[in-house]
Ligand binder design. Structure first.
Ligand code: DLL
Length: 432
């Protein structure tokens, strides 16, 4: 039932003592090894060697994604590169990429925390775990892989792509736990239906889903169609990747691995804590990371802390599923996309006007991204071949920069204001 009971079921006062000691160590590490943080702490008039209570967290400066961009690639690393054994990164245009590093010890902790989440979702060493996240620079594939191996499960690193093969392997290899995004799980269910594979032919028992927003309705649909217990897990690469919080089999909120992460839920306007149980932005301070610790990282994810004890016996606080974002980031097929990335590509291409509209749809459980771009009248009345060439070159640039498929539609000047008089840059038609 537990992976590390001694930490998952701690008494609150023991946990807080541990958190304080780890916070002190983290601040010392950052203050001595990372000039950016030394300067920030000095500017905030924080004597990091004199912190004696967790309340002092409130006096510490925030870290934002922009801070990560500004220190690209290695400026915020707190150990020399020779001690970094893994590097992950988000996709993105130059200047908008985040890079994170892990020491040997970070990888060990990361694996333990992911193992913890898998175990609390029901998975054990006896399970056959199929991981259908992208294996690569995204933290999902390798993060879950190391955690599942640490648990001792038999891991199938199927990765993303070739859905029919995924289903065949799931059936033939008697996979018992499926790990992927929730939309991918529904896509698998669709293709199973189309190809006449019934869930009773599979051995699936558990689905551990994360990396994108979903809902209780989706949970019920996945659970019914695949015949499994479906749990939610949350993480972000800037803080670690998966392994930050995950649901137990009560399926009633995600336990936060508080012995490694100190969390706050703040009002997005005042950046003061919201009253207990209310929705705010999740802000995370790492407590054990060596290579890439962060202080008060503004995740921009909205959630709330859930009151009361969990019947599973874990004393780790629980948060609700992610309820939205406090910025304009979109998650498309598990990939994080900012409208500004698209704008930057368009600004670079001759013949395009600054007006664009991003339309996101979900068809057959798959996200579709369309970028409508206004082009000058001269170009629009030009030969169709020229237009195709322009659309193709925009598309190619966007696919390279964003790392996902995009459809580009060129439209005449003033078309977009007719489609959306409010001048929005994004229309997201998805319902979760
Ligand atoms: O998505 C890490 C991860 C991989 C988590 C696999 C869980 C499983 P990033 O690519 O950095 O990292 O994206 C992080 O995705 O800030 C949220 O907005 C969103 N997100 C992650 N998990 C959930 C979830 C990984 N369970 C961003 N529900 C985060 C809703 C989620 N949104």
């Amino acid at each position: 039932m537990y992976w590390q009971k001694q930490f998952e079921c701690m008494r609150r006062e023991d946990l807080e003592q541990l958190q304080l000691e780890r916070l002190q160590a983290t601040l010392y590490r950052l203050g001595t090894h990372v000039p950016f943080y030394r300067r920030k702490l000095r500017e905030a008039k924080v004597d990091y060697e004199a912190i004696t209570s967790l309340e002092a967290l409130r006096s510490l400066p925030f870290t934002t994604k922009e801070d990560l961009h500004g220190n690209y690639p290695y400026g915020l690393f707190a150990v020399p590169l020779r001690d970094v054994v893994r590097i992950h990164s988000s996709s993105g245009n130059a200047g908008m990429t985040t890079v994170v590093g892990y020491s040997k010890n970070d990888i060990k902790n990361w694996s333990d925390l992911v193992a913890r989440i898998l175990r609390s979702a029901g998975v054990t060493a006896l399970d056959v775990v199929q991981i259908a996240y992208d294996y690569g620079i995204f933290t999902g594939g390798l993060g879950l892989h190391y955690g599942a191996e640490r648990l001792g499960a038999s891991v199938i690193p199927i990765s993303s792509g070739n859905i029919k093969r995924q289903i065949r392997i799931m059936r033939d290899f008697k996979t018992t736990a499926l790990i992927c995004t929730p939309s991918h799980a529904l896509k698998l269910a669709d293709v199973m239906m189309d190809t006449g594979v019934n869930s009773s032919e599979l051995s699936l028992k558990y689905g551990v889903f994360g990396a994108e927003p979903w809902s209780e309705t989706m949970r019920r649909e996945i659970a019914d169609r695949l015949g499994i217990i479906a749990t939610d897990n949350y993480g972000l690469s800037e803080v670690m990747g998966p392994g930050i919080a995950g649901e137990c089999r009560e399926c009633n909120g995600l336990h936060i691995n508080e012995d490694h992460f100190l969390v706050e839920v703040l009002d997005t306007a005042t950046l003061e804590p919201v009253p207990p149980g209310e929705v705010g932005e999740l802000v995370i301070t790492t407590l054990t990371k060596e290579a890439f610790p962060v202080i008060r990282y503004r995740t921009r994810d909205l959630t709330r802390l859930l009151p009361g004890a969990c019947p599973c016996g874990r004393t780790l606080a629980r948060m609700s599923r992610i309820l939205g974002r406090s910025d304009d980031m979109l998650i498309i097929r598990g990939v994080n996309i900012f409208p500004a990335q698209i704008q930057a590509v368009l600004a670079d291409i001759d013949g395009t006007e600054p007006s664009y509209l991003i339309v996101v749809d979900r068809e057959n459980h798959e996200d579709k991204l369309t970028v409508m771009v206004e082009v000058t009248e001269a170009l629009f009345s030009d030969q169709i071949r020229k237009q195709w060439a322009l659309a193709a070159s925009i598309q190619e640039r966007l696919v390279t920069d964003l790392g996902i498929q995009v459809q580009v539609k060129l439209v005449e000047e003033k078309t977009l204001e007719r489609i959306d008089s409010k001048g929005r840059k994004v229309i997201d038609n998805r319902t979760f």
